[in-house]
Design a protein around this ligand. Structure first.
Ligand code: SF4
Length: 194
């Protein structure tokens, strides 16, 4: 059987390739051991979707499994309003629409379209402040970028000697307390072995 790349893994990869390792490693552990308050709030808020209790309307598809054979990707969507052909991803609080967020919705859209769903509208919903952010569909260059990201993902080797992470990302990372990059690169003065 063909193996698919999980959408959540691609999202992790865009943020930081190393976070894929921590995501997989700690997925089975008690999340309170490594999630920060904001992430826990998001998880609780997201539970209504995970348990498909957010809406009883049949016109709203929740937590639907999606895939694209063409791109070799598969994952889940949060909400799809069939009557409006609207795909929505909810987050606890959105301060800024990062490029990685857009990819998240674009990949979901590609999967839905390959499964013969029409997608007219894409949006993020920020739950804490009740704000909706509409997202444009990807342009040709952005679709081309998908290929580059998937190809980089397939070739990436975490043990390559010259890889390093952007410190600003490390500061925002939920795995930072566990990660050697954060400790040694962001706070090298903490080195215990010098
Ligand atoms: S702390 Fe930095 S290097 Fe480590 S997983 Fe997070 S973002 Fe990546």
């Amino acid at each position: 059987m063909e193996s698919y790349i999980k959408l959540s893994t691609l999202n992790d990869f865009i943020f930081c390739p190393k976070s894929i390792y921590y995501h997989n490693l700690y997925d089975s552990y008690d999340k309170s051991m490594y999630q920060e308050e904001v992430q826990i709030a998001w998880t609780i808020a997201h539970e209504s979707i995970d348990q498909k209790t957010y809406s009883t309307r049949k016109s709203v598809l929740q937590w639907l499994s999606v895939y694209s054979e063409e791109w070799g990707i598969a994952g889940k969507i949060d909400l799809f309003y069939i009557s409006e052909w609207k795909l929505v991803e909810r987050k606890n609080k959105i301060d800024k629409i990062y490029q990685g967020y857009k990819y998240q919705l674009w990949w979901q859209m590609i999967c839905l379209q390959e499964m013969w769903y029409k997608v007219e509208e894409l949006a993020f919903y920020s739950m804490q402040d009740n704000k909706t952010y509409r997202i444009n569909k990807p342009k040709f260059e952005e679709i081309e970028k998908f290929k580059e990201i998937i190809s980089r993902y397939k070739k990436f080797d975490l043990l390559q000697p010259n890889w390093s992470q952007n410190n600003q990302k490390c500061l925002k990372c939920i795995y930072k307390e566990l990660c050697d990059c954060y400790i040694w690169e962001v706070y090298p003065q903490l080195s215990l072995f010098e």
